[in-house]
Design a protein around this ligand. Structure first.
Ligand SMILES: Cc1cc2nc3c(=O)[nH]c(=O)nc-3n(C[C@H](O)[C@H](O)[C@H](O)COP(=O)(O)O)c2cc1C
Length: 319
């Protein structure tokens, strides 16, 4: 069976991945950088792995609590479908990432896609300059859409800002670029076009949705930062519609993210027009989830006698 996908077909050399199941940024291990992943985990079996987003300078992140429910694993086991987090981009900064983490990635048997976020068009470009000449990752995902930092999602709320961020990074690197978009916009196709016109090779749809949970016993928000980002099963139908709509509008691959918990969910996204999926919250319930999901996807395609992933991409029949 041919599971391979190309997530930068417009770039010289492309970006061929062995299969369409990826680990979403922020959910690679319990800290976003692989904590809890067994040293012998066969990460090379997955299409790619995205470590947590880096910013220009180190960030401590948001006040605790940062999770609702406090354990995604226990919450999902109890039937909770509403998952919120407000980590706030805790990270060591791009310079430490390039100096200390990239060499570790280079030694790993995995395709790594580095995720970063700037806070001005100039800073996006400055950050991209730090990646020049550094090995260890095959592509860059531009997190234009984190809802958990002040103004974090702004770059995916305005076409001109999305365009400026992508264009700045494009000037500094020939690597494949994926632009990660927000679900929280009136017309995602405007942002998608702006990112693609500026040089994005693929679009990742979507980040978490701004959300609030209030503890009625205290009358206060459950999360320390107040608002958080909604992920998991409740986000899936929202992301599905955005993926489908964007796939009709642009001519680059789309990576569907939001509530992929099973192989059937991965198939849903592929049918809607995604070329690949990223698994996020499901990792935080079980770090083995992406491997299980890939196995389930293969089983389904085998059962349906489908010889290659590309046969089902975009094949949902919507009137
Ligand atoms: C705990 C947590 C941390 C996250 N951190 C990041 C991040 O650093 N960068 C990013 O682009 N997305 C981040 N995300 C968003 C995920 O990559 C993904 O877009 C979102 O959770 C939807 O997928 P899911 O429903 O499978 O979780 C985070 C999500 C969670 C749950």
């Amino acid at each position: 069976m041919d599971l391979s996908v190309n997530l930068a077909p417009g770039r010289p050399g492309g970006l061929a991945l062995s299969n369409p199941v990826l680990i979403a940024s922020g959910t690679f291990g319990y800290d976003g950088y692989g904590r809890g992943i067994a040293p012998d985990a066969a990460l090379g079996l997955l299409g790619a792995v995205l470590p947590k987003t880096f910013t220009r300078y180190p960030r401590d992140g948001n006040p605790e609590p940062r999770w609702f429910p406090a354990s995604f694993r226990e919450g999902l086991a109890a039937g909770e479908t509403t998952l919120l987090n407000s980590i706030g981009l805790t990270n060591p900064g791009i310079e430490a990432a390039m100096t200390h983490l990239a060499p570790q990635w280079a030694a790993m048997d995995a395709n790594i896609v580095m995720s970063m976020a700037g806070d001005s068009p100039e800073q996006w470009e400055e950050m991209a300059a730090f990646t020049r000449g550094v090995d260890g990752f095959a592509a860059i995902e531009l997190n234009l859409s984190c809802p958990n930092v002040a103004d974090g999602a702004m770059f995916s709320h305005y076409p001109r800002l999305a365009e400026a961020a992508v264009a700045g990074v494009r000037r500094q690197t020939g690597l494949p670029l994926w632009a990660k978009l927000s679900p929280n916009v009136p017309d995602i196709t405007e942002i998608a076009h702006a990112a693609v016109d500026a040089g994005a090779d693929a679009l990742t749809i979507c980040n978490t949705m701004p959300a609030l949970h209030i503890d009625v016993d205290t009358g206060r928000p459950t999360l320390g930062a107040g608002y958080g980002g909604l992920s998991g099963p409740a986000l899936r139908p929202v992301a599905m519609a955005l993926v489908h709509r964007t796939a009709q509008a642009v001519n680059v691959p789309i990576i569907g993210v939001g509530g992929v918990m099973t192989g059937r969910h991965a198939v849903e996204y592929l049918l809607a027009g995604a070329t690949a999926v990223q698994v996020g919250s499901a990792n935080l319930a079980n770090l083995n989830a992406p491997f299980r999901i890939l196995g389930e996807l293969v089983d389904l395609l085998t059962q349906w006698e489908i010889g290659s992933v590309s046969e089902i991409i975009g094949k949902a029949e919507l009137a």
